[in-house]
Design a protein around this ligand. Sequence first.
Ligand SMILES: NC(=O)c1ccc[n+]([C@@H]2O[C@H](COP(=O)([O-])OP(=O)(O)OC[C@H]3O[C@@H](n4cnc5c(N)ncnc54)[C@H](O)[C@@H]3O)[C@@H](O)[C@H]2O)c1
Length: 283
Amino acid sequence: MNKIQTVGVIGAGTMGNGIAQACAVSGLQVVMVDINEAAVQKGLATVAASLDRLLKKEKITAADKDATLARISVSTDYAALTNAQLVIEAATENLELKIKILRQLDGMLPADTLVATNTSSIGITQLAAVTGRPDRFIGMHFFNPVPMMALVEIIRGLQTSDATHAAVHAMALTLGKTPITVKNAPGFVVNRILVPMINEAFFVLAEGLATAEDIDAGMKLGCNHPIGPLALADLVGLDVCLAVMNVYMAEFNDGKYRPCPLLKEMVAAGYLGRKTGRGVYSY
Ligand SMILES: NC(=O)c1ccc[n+]([C@@H]2O[C@H](COP(=O)([O-])OP(=O)(O)OC[C@H]3O[C@@H](n4cnc5c(N)ncnc54)[C@H](O)[C@@H]3O)[C@@H](O)[C@H]2O)c1
């Protein structure tokens, strides 16, 4: 298998531009693709602004910034991805869209190109099955903001080969990340534990056991979490938390994943968190 020197990134949004930046900072060549010129330019501007902040904090030099940006090229044409040894799909979270993108890639990428997806909620085994390269397909679940967060969950579908896993694991180390290897299952590892914890915090709040402030203070000070679960729910979006619980409930068919009625009620009211100015807290 060829060493990964050029990475293709599909989607220039929150995660795509973060992945592009992390790769370019580590010396890899990057081709970032999105659906239109405005989207790729916005992604590129986000990377430049992020590098500017690092420059201001004297974490990188002006020469580092220029060299990093020079390693990222952008396109609205998937044909630009054909020189990549690994293509990471980080487009909008939508099953039909991802299937369409993966089929499109199959037709144009060389047979030995590895393809990864950054999906948070779609099964890796299921996506691998729609590609013509199921053994060369894998999950690479980065965390937001990608340049800052050390973790990458590497998710093996049932079909993923050892060689694909080894190449992607090595590539994550090249990025200075700490990879953990996970078998495919809803929520992988981190969200499987995190989101039910947030859901439980809503049960504790609904039962009136403590105020929201005290629940969050308890988890921050008692567990050394940097943010309380309810404040985190506001940050993630209550609708996103509810959607994840609904997936676990449907997939595992186990009552321990029952979404908290208060969480459902707040989502129904449009209290989605920071993005709507009101969630558990007001902003
Ligand atoms: N945001 C997070 O915290 C987070 C964390 C981990 C994983 N993820 C996953 O990462 C993926 C991307 O999420 P995001 O938050 O960056 O979304 P986003 O909305 O910020 O960006 C998605 C980008 O994909 C582009 N896109 C849509 N269709 C495309 C196509 N056919 N070809 C190329 N680009 C296309 C959109 O134009 C947009 O720029 C999703 O699968 C999501 O589940 C998100």
